[in-house]
Design a protein around this ligand. Structure first.
Ligand code: ZN
Length: 313
């Protein structure tokens, strides 16, 4: 039995979103040290605000200022903060119902330890020194034993409103692909592609997942497929991805490798994007040191007959 692989995997991307009128006012307010909620038709105040009533789906636009002081409604201790979290020392994740609000806001509470945190404790906002119109303009919450603060009655009208945010997303995993995909990856290191055959329906799955999704039985018989294959379907990519050094437009395709009963993904190169077609016969192109083909290019064979891949679409 070959070694089961394990490796760090980081999924990271910048998430850009535009803000509607309500989120725009909320985040611009934070920049100005004002916390805004919205009032629903039945008189509840929602903080953080939403554009539509979660119960009636009615559009809500009535902004109302709430206090920067509030009450912890529940919490969990974070003993090992990770990169990018609000504080770099251990802290509590808290839901805080700000004075004047009917719902609670998720944020961090700076406290010396879990013994110093309880449901019902009073807290206030600690504002960030530099604010840009983001939830991080609230640096965190801190314990507070004074009177509830009085909001000034801001209506949400601001100069120079924040209209969008860039939220970097990052997920850190230790990924283990399991027995079947480890075998697939070990073979790829030798520039071979292997799938696994279902003992019941005899389909060959590439990449193998260790079981047949149709029959529900474990697969174990390794079958080498390819290296050539057939484009079963494709799309033309016109949007350039950040940090990806491929000129647009380019073609991304489903490719059924010879002997496989499932198409896999790959980029098609070596042919103008507008000449790629269903049935095109392709072969992998490897670059030095790569663990997988860089792309597939035309193999110089006649196109495959539709009937040979119609079941693989
Ligand atoms: Zn099966």
């Amino acid at each position: 039995m070959p070694e089961v692989l394990k490796a760090p995997l980081v999924v990271e991307f910048p998430f850009t979103r535009s803000l509607g009128p309500v989120q725009s006012a909320f985040l611009t307010g934070l920049r100005e040290r004002v916390v805004l909620g919205v009032k629903t038709g039945d008189g509840r105040t929602l903080v953080p605000p939403v554009e539509y009533d979660p119960f009636t789906a009615e559009e809500i636009r009535d902004l109302v200022e709430v206090a920067p002081t509030g009450t912890v409604t529940t919490w969990a201790w974070n003993h090992a903060p990770r990169r990018g979290q609000p504080l770099d020392t251990p802290f509590a994740w808290v839901l805080v119902r700000l004075d004047g609000a009917d719902t609670a806001l998720l944020h961090a509470l700076d406290a010396p330890g879990p013994d110093a945190v309880r449901t019902g404790m009073r807290v206030r906002i600690r504002w960030a020194g530099r604010r840009s119109g983001a939830i991080t303009d609230i640096a965190c919450f801190e314990p507070y034993d004074g009177e509830p603060a009085e909001p000034a009655g801001h209506t949400g009208a601001f100069e120079d409103r924040v209209s969008g945010i860039l939220a970097p997303a990052r997920l850190d995993y230790t990924y283990t692909p399991g027995r079947a995909q480890s075998g697939y990856l070990h073979a790829l290191a030798e520039r071979r592609t292997v799938g696994e055959r279902c003992p019941s329906c005899h389909k060959v799955y590439v990449p193998p997942r260790g079981a047949c999704p149709t029959c529900g039985v474990a697969t174990s018989e390794q079958v080498e497929v390819g290296p050539r294959g057939t484009v079963t379907t494709f799309c033309i990519v016109n949007i350039k991805a950040k940090n990806l050094d491929i000129e647009v437009p380019y073609v991304y395709a489903h490719i059924a490798l010879d002997g496989a009963d499932l198409a896999m993904h790959g980029r098609i190169g070596g042919i103008p994007y507008d000449q790629v077609r269903m049935g095109l016969r392709v072969e992998p192109v490897w670059t030095d040191g790569a663990r997988h083909p860089d792309h597939f290019r035309p193999a110089g064979e006649p196109d495959a007959d539709y009937d040979t891949y119609k079941e693989l679409l």
